[in-house]
Design a protein around this ligand. Structure first.
Ligand code: GBH
Length: 453
């Protein structure tokens, strides 16, 4: 056993992180363009103005993907590039860009997976209240329609939102990400609800206007827990902590079930509803029906998780990490077990084929004297994580695909270019690309469909 024969091996990026061309060919401004211009928001004053310049170098990048043997590329569409004001007039150059990218991918045997929203809201819509304005449901629907009409003749796979938890918490309740707001709890829950409805609307619209049957999911993040042992008490505690822990509003902001249950099961988690009742917006039956659109798969970004066990009374105990515990350059712990346990938990709960839509690590890579990038740690990281995922697949968890984050080094949001997550090294002075050792290693994994792991 192991991975299915038609397993999708891919890599992911996001528009603002790789495209550049922020002020070119009719693109409108988005909240990240504006956020990066404000002093002190992004490390070193970095911006996505040029990023990896994929807007001009997509053909070269597709050749690199081909060299790596990728079966799929997950990228996001920069909303303001195709609709400069978010709604209304279409920018033909923006449509042409994505047409070229899609055609180039298909011509090289690489399946495009489109993410509709990876955090770059058109600034014009932000000025109208952004995700806090209930009209966003209609705006997102209009945007989805443009995507369906222009790209769905060739693109079969879609994710609506990437990590809504992250842009809501860090962008609207934390001033770490764009648009840099610090709303209170009521606004927080209103935004969640509006985003969920926007998701539902986009699914409806994509299916309605698509030129062929399309497959749709979304790609949330979360705060994850896995058990120290196989004992049922430990497993139960990990599952509960992942799906049913609603102690504080801050905690719930990273909670996977708060957003995934409405979408996958048609209702918010009971406990959260009770606990946060006084902050919640009006939630109608029609809202819940709109949110609960049948999806074809369940996407999930997973980077790490917390190891837990059941205490004497069955209570949650966090297993302390030993001193000097493995960590990546960005300081995230290395916890491969999360790719075994979490897919298991998600499959049990939502019963849909699973895509790992992001997983990977940041490392202090550089080009060695021999001209290559020897990112041994990244190879070891992927190896460990993928072995766990393979074990889950062998035990019957339906795993459809895996997207490494990231295809290439890119603009890491508030950390600017200081973190390198790519399997391809990017020299930001020259825009020269070098496939790292991990990229060549991944190619072999793909060739063997993971049999060599
Ligand atoms: C993703 O963010 C983004 O989608 C991507 O654009 C980005 O470049 C990439 O990963 C690398 O950062 O502290 O346990 O409550 C992932 C960011 C995931 C970080 C959830 C914080 C909080 C969980 N985050 N995590 S917890």
């Amino acid at each position: 056993m192991g991975f299915k024969r038609d397993f999708i091996w891919g890599a992911a990026t996001a528009s603002y992180q790789v495209e550049g061309a922020a002020y070119e060919e009719g693109k409108g401004l988005n909240i990240w363009d504006v956020f990066c211009e404000q002093k002190g928001k992004v490390f070193g004053g970095h911006t996505g103005e040029v990023a990896c310049d994929q807007y001009h170098r997509y053909a070269e990048d597709v050749q690199l993907m081909k060299q790596m043997g990728l079966k799929a590329y997950r990228f996001s569409i920069n909303w303001a590039r195709i609709l400069p004001d978010g709604v209304g007039e279409i920018n033909p150059a923006g449509i042409a860009y994505y047409n070229h990218l899609i055609d180039e991918l298909l011509a090289n045997g690489i399946e495009p997976y489109i993410t509709l929203y990876h955090w770059d809201l058109p600034y014009a819509l932000h000025k109208k209240g952004g995700w806090l304005n209930e009209e966003c449901v209609e705006w997102f629907g209009e945007y989805a329609k443009v995507i369906a009409e222009h790209f769905s003749d060739r693109v079969k796979f879609y994710f609506t939102f990437n990590e809504p938890q992250c842009f809501i918490a860090l962008g609207y309740c934390g001033d770490v990400h764009a648009p840099g707001l610090q709303y209170g709890y009521r606004e927080y829950f209103q935004i969640c609800h509006n985003v969920l409805k926007s998701h539902g609307k986009a699914v409806l619209v994509l299916r309605k206007y698509a030129k062929q049957p399309v497959q749709i999911g979304f790609a949330p993040t979360g705060a994850f827990y896995f058990p120290e042992t196989n004992k049922s008490e430990d497993i139960e505690v990990a599952r509960k902590a992942t799906f049913e822990e609603f102690d504080t509003v801050e905690g719930s902001m990273w909670h996977v079930a708060w957003l995934s249950d409405p979408i996958m099961l048609g209702h918010y988690p009971e406990e959260g509803l009770k606990k946060f009742a006084k902050y919640l917006p009006k939630i109608t039956k029609e809202d819940m029906e709109l949110i609960y659109q049948p999806l074809d798969f369940y996407g999930q970004n997973i980077y790490n998780a917390v190891k837990v066990r059941a205490g004497k009374e069955g209570e949650l105990e966090i297993v302390k990490r030993y001193d000097g515990f493995p960590k990546t350059a960005i300081d995230w712990p290395v916890t491969p077990e999360c790719l075994y346990w979490l897919p298991k938990f998600f499959y049990e709960r939502y019963q849909k084929p699973i895509y790992i839509t992001e997983n990977g690590m940041s490392s202090t890579d550089w080009i060695s004297l021999d001209g290559k990038v020897h990112d041994y740690h990244r190879i070891d990281f992927y190896h460990r994580y993928l072995k766990e995922l393979k074990q889950a697949a062998s035990e019957g968890v339906d795993i459809a695909g895996y997207f490494a984050w990231s295809l290439m080094d890119n603009f890491e949001w508030a950390k600017g270019y200081s973190e390198r997550f790519g399997m391809i090294f990017v020299d930001y002075n020259t825009q020269e690309r070098t496939i790292k050792d991990s990229g060549y290693w991944y190619k072999e994994v793909i060739e063997y469909n993971g049999e060599n792991l």
